[in-house]
Ligand binder design. Structure first.
Ligand SMILES: *Cc1c(COP(=O)(O)O)cnc(C)c1O
Length: 432
């Protein structure tokens, strides 16, 4: 199916990028469980290796099942191309790889997924890259953090663990002035709730592990390019604008125009870093995406109902959910995430650390796991798990204070979820 702009989201999530299998007529996208592809002849092989003809060589680079997923996510985001990867964290490295080099930096939000904070503050240093962390509500601080060596600005649309919505338009304007791309991790929002390219972002990354797949079965990631950034506007991006030594001197931007970033990601990123998504994983994610809008509507409706119920409960100190009128970010939802503020939020429980531990032990439908964005409702007490190595001050700054638990609200019957929370809260706060 083609005709990107003409169909609605609900149609595109089922059809974009897919067509009946040309060999068999199979209606569902087959799982092309193959490593290699037979060349028609030696000239065909040479044309493929020269990137003169589009086709399949080896599944570290491209695979037909994975290609359908790439096309589908690119279409849902309104981008020109996408590269699927083995995980969300792989997608983040793949997004930065064509832009960065030793001595260069990226300006990132302090409100990021915990794993991203570690990746950016520690691991990327091994490549000679660095990250400067700033509060993205302080636009002057973002500007001040950008220097001649900054090659990207990175943030999340709805920041995990929820309750925070980034003013993407304002941040994109800063990136534009600097002549650098804004990269948005759109995992918590999905393209159904937020379309970062409409707010000026250049690249979007996802952990497809979460809502896009939607049932906690596979890890995966994707990098999507808006195709709108001019990589030759300055001399900051030589891998794209200058002869690329890693591909016999090919000039990607001059040769491929708005597909330069995507083709660099495949021809060099996947070829040499090898963070490839496998066809089985792509299959599960494609099946998940078919119902994305239906699930997200239910996730958001359930999250709103439960957050309101909790906020009114005397056993609760506060709830941070941008979908509540009490949230300082409530005003931004209409503009940035018009279909809702997602389904992740934190709750502070009277009774502190001990009450939170009893609460997660007492819940029956909610599973205590280090994951989010599953059809199932999930909960985690960060202070005793993912954030336990941090000091109390660091835990509070990360929105993971000892008295706080995080919910990822699923698509079950909302009355069952409220009853479950009610009985667990009763156990947790019985002696206060
Ligand atoms: C889970 C997650 C990631 C990392 O993705 P993996 O697939 O686990 O590598 C990155 N960003 C956000 C917002 C996430 O929720």
């Amino acid at each position: 199916m083609t005709g990107r702009a003409t169909y609605g989201f609900d149609t595109l999530q089922v059809h974009a990028g897919a067509r009946p299998d040309p060999a068999t007529g199979a209606r569902q996208t087959p799982i092309y469980q193959t490593t290699a592809y037979v060349f028609r002849d030696a000239d065909h092989a040479a044309a493929l290796f020269n990137l003169q003809e589009v086709g399949y060589i080896y599944s570290r680079l491209t695979n037909p099942t994975v290609s359908v997923l790439q096309e589908r996510v690119a279409t849902l985001e309104g981008g020109v191309g996408a590269v699927a990867c083995s995980s969300g964290h792989a997608a983040q490295i793949m997004a930065l790889f064509p832009l960065m080099g030793p001595g260069l930096n990226v300006v990132v939000s302090t409100r990021l997924y915990g794993g991203s904070i570690t990746q950016f503050s520690q691991t990327i240093k091994r490549f000679g890259w660095s990250a400067t962390f700033v509060d993205f509500d302080d636009l002057d601080a973002i500007k001040a953090a950008c220097d001649d060596n900054t090659r990207a600005i990175f943030c999340e649309s709805i920041a995990n663990p929820g309750g925070y919505i980034t003013d993407l338009d304002a941040v994109a304007a800063i990136a534009e002035t600097q002549g650098i791309p804004l990269i948005v991790d759109n995992t918590s929002a999905t393209p159904y709730l937020c379309r970062p390219f409409e707010h000026g972002a250049t690249l979007v990354v996802h952990s497809t592990t979460k809502y896009l797949t939607g049932n906690g079965t596979v890890t995966g990631g994707v990098v999507v390019d808006s195709g709108k950034f001019d990589w030759s506007q300055n001399d900051k991006f030589p891998s794209l604008s200058q002869p690329e030594p890693a591909y016999h001197g090919l000039k990607f931007h001059e040769t491929f125009g708005n597909l330069a970033f995507t083709l660099h990601g495949i021809a060099i990123g996947l070829r040499d870093l090898g963070m490839t998504m496998n066809p089985q994983g792509a299959h599960y994610t494609l099946m998940g995406i078919e119902t994305l809008s239906l699930r997200m509507d239910r996730h958001v409706a359930n999250a709103k109902t439960i957050a309101k119920w909790l906020e009114a409960d005397p056993r609760v100190e506060f709830v941070t959910y941008a979908g509540l009128k009490s949230s300082p970010y409530f005003e931004r939802i209409e503009r940035i995430c018009p279909k809702g503020a997602g389904a992740l939020f934190t709750v502070a429980i009277k009774g502190g650390y001990d009450a939170c531990v009893k609460m997660v032990n007492g819940l029956e439908i909610f599973s205590h796991v280090a994951n989010l964005g599953d059809a199932r409702s999930l909960v985690i007490h960060a202070a005793s798990t993912t954030h336990r190595q941090l000091t109390i001050e660091q835990q509070i700054a990360a929105g993971a204070a000892p008295n706080v638990i995080r919910f990822s609200i699923g698509i079950e019957d909302v009355n069952d979820l409220i009853a479950d929370i009610d009985q667990a809260l009763a156990q947790a706060t019985s002696d206060i």
